[in-house]
Design a protein around this ligand. Structure first.
Ligand code: ADP
Ligand code: MG
Length: 254
């Protein structure tokens, strides 16, 4: 019997005031899937990603992680997690990399990467240190481990990725990880992400890097005004999309 999806989103809605930003989005990610989420600014990409681990509470919908439904109860407008232990457990397995790296400025690079596993997961220090060094090496920044974030000229996003990996997530969410970077740094970060995809990591990536999305994705989803307008293999979505809007979007960003 084949294993079910690692992550399943069913009919996710989100309304801010009287603005319905997500109008019913469903998506499944199986282990090893790399799903790129495209769409113009304001189409709801960030809101959707944030709903997955309840950084934003959906108004309606279901979220399943390894087949286990997240317990949600209706609040005044949105659904809320009714079991904080369950939410915490799931969140630890879903890593989030933001556009802004949010590194702790008062900690060295190494301390930034060690903080979560040491103080949240309560892992033994030596083990955490070794794994942090391994990860910093993997993202190509091991030689800067004793520097503070503001002493790095570039490389913060690679540290942020290492910090996320240090928590051993099963699924990685990326929200435009290269959008805030100087052009010469974009390639390094995409290289790290490509490596993670090659390792078989399960990833959902909001990006405007079309060549990257075409090359690494198992599936591409194009959002328009809070709905899935087109989805399919990269060849399908980039090569012969059914949607005229999707076609126009892709030719505008390439
Ligand atoms: P994208 O990431 O695709 O650019 P977003 O998910 O950030 O889109 O935003 C989708 C829409 O939701 C936008 O119109 C935005 O103004 C609105 N929105 C996002 N977050 C909030 C919020 N916290 N309060 C009110 N409106 C919001
Ligand atoms: Mg966004």
């Amino acid at each position: 019997m084949s294993k079910g999806p690692a992550l399943e989103l069913r009919d996710i809605h989100k309304t801010f005031g009287d603005h319905e930003v997500l109008k019913g989005i469903s998506l499944e990610a199986r282990d090893g899937d790399v799903i790129s989420i495209l769409g113009s600014s304001g189409s709801g990409k960030s809101t959707f990603l944030r709903c997955i681990n309840l950084l934003e509470n959906p108004t309606r919908g279901e979220i399943l992680f390894n087949g286990e439904a997240l317990n949600l109860k209706p609040g005044e407008c949105d659904l809320y997690a009714s079991d904080m232990k369950q939410l915490t457990r799931m969140r630890q397995k879903i890593g989030f990399v933001f556009q802004s790296f949010n590194l702790w400025p008062h900690m060295t690079i190494l301390q930034n990467v060690m903080e979560g596993p040491l103080h949240v997961l309560k892992r033994p220090k030596q083990e955490v240190l070794e794994y942090a060094e391994y990860l910093l090496n993997k993202v190509g920044i091991a030689d800067k481990k004793h520097m503070y974030p503001n002493q790095l000229s570039g490389g913060q996003q690679r540290v942020a990725i290492a910090r996320t990996l240090a928590m051993d997530p099963q699924v990685l969410l990326f929200d435009e990880p290269t959008s805030a970077l100087d052009p010469e740094l974009v390639g390094e970060v995409l290289g790290v992400m490509r490596g993670l995809a090659d390792e078989g990591r399960t990833m959902l990536i909001v990006t405007h890097e079309m060549n990257f999305a075409r090359e690494v994705s198992s599936e591409v989803v194009f959002l328009h005004q809070g709905l899935v307008e087109e989805k399919g293999t990269p060849d399908k979505v980039f090569g012969s999309p059914d949607s005229e809007r999707c076609k126009a979007f892709i030719s505008s960003v390439f």
